[in-house]
Design a protein around this ligand. Sequence first.
Ligand code: ZN
Length: 140
Amino acid sequence: MKKLRVKTSREQELIDITPQVERAVRELGLTEGACLLYVPHTTAGIAINENADPAVKEDILDALVRLVPKSLDYKHLEGNAHAHIQSSLLGHSVLVPVEGGKLQLGTWQGVLFGEFDGPRERTVWVIPLESPSGAAQTRE
Ligand code: ZN
């Protein structure tokens, strides 16, 4: 496993971490299988979505902010209930197939890290799941 550091610079933002994940997969020597990306935080999350047009990231973040306003009558007294809910909506893990040592993302896809209570120094766990040898020859 590798632990990526993600330094966020705003209270709420979506950051493309695809290059860091690709580097981690190379360094781990993962060639065939999948890569589990896990965010061990309660006010940050991770998702796969469009990375080609940066407006999509902004729209996703805007929608989460509108869906879960900061100033509702929450019971959680820490003042960041909205961030807990927003990160739950985004999710805390994604699984990406790996083939030939490369992430098998779709043409427009990227790995997006979601900060909802920043800025902070965050961590993303990159957990390699290597296919058992010979799996490629298995037939249905
Ligand atoms: Zn809290």
